[in-house]
Ligand binder design. Structure first.
Ligand code: ARG
Length: 564
């Protein structure tokens, strides 16, 4: 559609004979808070100095000079010039676009390049935490937003599948484990062995040595150790997959930390060659004081490599494999320091592309004001949360629409959607307290509310028997009730861009709520189906709302059932 703000800027610049450039005018144009002040406003006082006149006078003169074509009216209010767009032209323009493009409205065709997204990345043999859930759904939404704007996202699950803790786990399993238990409930039983190891090791410190031996065997590729590790990894992944399947999230790679085992020597070699590695109390470190950061610990006294060493290898591998334009890490804010160190070490190594690495941090989910942890009892089990939400959705459907055909499928989409939307509607850096009641609330600013608004639009179309619209027709709507919704629709492409630029799915979620609210107000104030005059145009609006709500939800990783 045409750029109306640009049109306003052109008109202003022309009216003052270029004494204000189009770009400068564009930068000054505001969007009034209420629609009765127009669609765009220009603060005439920015011209006071150049024109040497009072702002009020300038505003009045502008109204006279500006070419009014394409506008419903142009008014001076104090020092402001308020522009009211021509509703008919505007509605024809926006509805033609959405009708023609459907879910592709707002797509950008540019070849943006590859963007690996490190996301989810839970640790083997441990429960997936709420933090991992946040990383998963935020990463997934960012991937979809990037794709829509012409980039190629690569979703990488950097599994925590390596480290000395696996020595402890193997040692514990050999002493107290059973194959049957692990098969039945992998995460639960493996976690229990691990916790028991830490309890017993207080009185039997010799266990530590045994665990070290096991890890050494694993590092050396010993058959039994490798087989056990593989098995723990597979069983854990099976459990994680259950959550991913329900969220309908897939990954392009499951290369976790272990994948980089044979790729770390190169890192250490480069660091040595560049004289960056220093010894400190027997360990190998990189000094980062010039970045105001603590030293990065690359190798421990016993020669074992660390989390950051594996991340250095992973960063280089990703640059070589994907030749990325940006490389993202959706990881909790508590790892901020780690990613600062990672970037700094890469910079020191001479890799200029370290500037393209971005940590996308997010806040903590607390429960009753306290941090959730695996050790204390305050763990919230993801699958239980999903199950509860789906159960509640099912109850709502039974109460409101008992004859719905695919009730279970819809309940799953609504329940899971509620959990995902609840997470994404908060700005990602905000901490929030987890409450199940809050998550499964279906009124107000929630996922189910948006889904319900979409289903309502679809039901209107069903009642009207309309499934397709002519992209060449001119749908004009000038009833004031429709205006807010039309404006919201036209904001969609810019909203997508802002969400990508800020890596902020909440921008998209808030937009979806606003569009749903505007549409519901429209629905309440106009008799969409009852009046024959201009029915087609109203239905084209309903159709456009359905398409854009569905696409907004898709970008958040939430489904939009046609009926609920
Ligand atoms: N497994 C880590 C954790 O649970 C997160 C890994 C994040 N990704 C990375 N490349 N460091 O804390």
């Amino acid at each position: 559609m045409r750029d109306y703000k640009q049109m306003v800027a052109n008109a202003i610049s022309q009216a003052v004979d270029g004494q204000l450039s189009v770009e400068d005018a564009l930068a000054k144009i505001e969007t009034p808070k209420t629609l009765n002040l127009g669609d765009y406003a220009f603060p005439a006082f920015v011209l006071a100095r150049v024109l040497k006149k009072a702002p009020q006078l300038i505003a009045q003169e502008l109204v006279e000079k500006i070419d009014h074509t394409g506008f419903e009216k142009i008014e001076a209010v104090g020092p402001y010039v308020n522009f009211f767009l021509d509703k008919k032209a505007f509605s024809a323009d926006i509805l033609a676009d959405v009708v023609a493009q459907g879910g592709h409205f707002g797509d950008k065709a540019s070849e943006g390049g590859n963007v690996p997204i490190d996301m989810s990345s839970p640790n083997i043999a441990k429960p997936m935490s709420m933090g991992h859930l946040r990383s998963t759904v935020i990463g997934n939404s960012i991937a979809k937003l990037l794709e829509k704007t012409g980039y190629t996202p690569v979703k990488i699950n950097h599994l925590g599948d390596w480290g000395t803790q696996f020595g402890k786990l193997m040692c514990a399993y050999k002493m107290w484990g059973s194959e049957e238990e692990v098969k039945k409930d992998p995460i639960d039983s493996l976690l229990r062995y691990y916790v028991r190891f830490h309890e017993e090791d207080v009185e039997h410190p010799e266990l530590d040595e045994e665990a070290r031996q096991w890890f050494k065997r694993l590092e050396d590729g010993d058959e039994e150790a490798t087989a056990l590790w593989k098995w723990f990894r597979e069983e854990s992944l099976k459990v994680f997959m259950r959550v991913y399947d329900r969220l309908d999230i897939t990954f392009d790679s499951y290369n976790g930390e272990a994948f980089y085992n044979d790729k770390m020597d190169e890192i250490v070699d480069i660091l040595e060659e560049k004289g960056l590695l220093h010894e400190s109390k027997g360990a190998q470190i990189v000094d980062l004081s010039k970045y105001n950061l603590n030293p990065a610990l690359i190798k421990k006294t016993d020669g074992a490599t660390l989390y950051i060493t594996r991340d250095l290898a992973a960063a280089l591998y990703r640059k070589r494999t994907y030749n990325f334009v940006q490389s993202l890490y959706v990881v909790g804010n508590e790892q901020k320091n780690h990613f600062n160190q990672l970037k700094a070490v890469l910079k020191e190594m001479g890799f200029e592309w370290s500037d393209d690495i971005h940590h996308i941090p997010f806040g903590l989910i607390t429960k009753d004001g306290k941090k959730l942890s695996t050790r204390s009892g305050r763990i919230v089990l993801l699958e239980e949360v999903l199950d509860d939400a789906v159960k509640l959705a099912k109850e709502q459907i039974e109460a409101k629409n008992p004859s719905l055909a695919n009730k279970d499928e819809v309940a799953e989409a609504v329940g899971v959607g509620a959990v995902v939307f609840h997470d994404l509607k908060n700005e990602r850096l905000n901490n929030f307290d987890f409450s199940l009641e809050e998550v499964v609330r279906f009124e107000g600013e929630t996922g189910p509310y948006v889904q319900y608004s979409h289903a309502r639009a679809m039901s209107i179309l069903r009642k009207a028997g309309k499934t397709s619209f002519d992209a060449k027709a001119s749908y004009t709507l000038d009833d004031p009730e429709a205006w807010e919704t039309l404006r919201m629709l036209s904001d969609f492409p810019a909203t997508v861009e802002r969400a990508v630029k800020e890596y902020e799915p909440s921008v998209m979620a808030k937009y979806a709520i606003h569009l749903a609210k505007a549409f519901n107000r429209y629905y309440a104030h106009s008799r969409i189906l009852e009046d024959n005059e201009n029915l087609e145009a109203r239905l084209a609006l309903v159709y456009s709302v359905a398409e854009v709500l569905k696409e907004s939800l898709r970008l958040l990783g939430v489904k939009a059932p046609d009926e609920m």
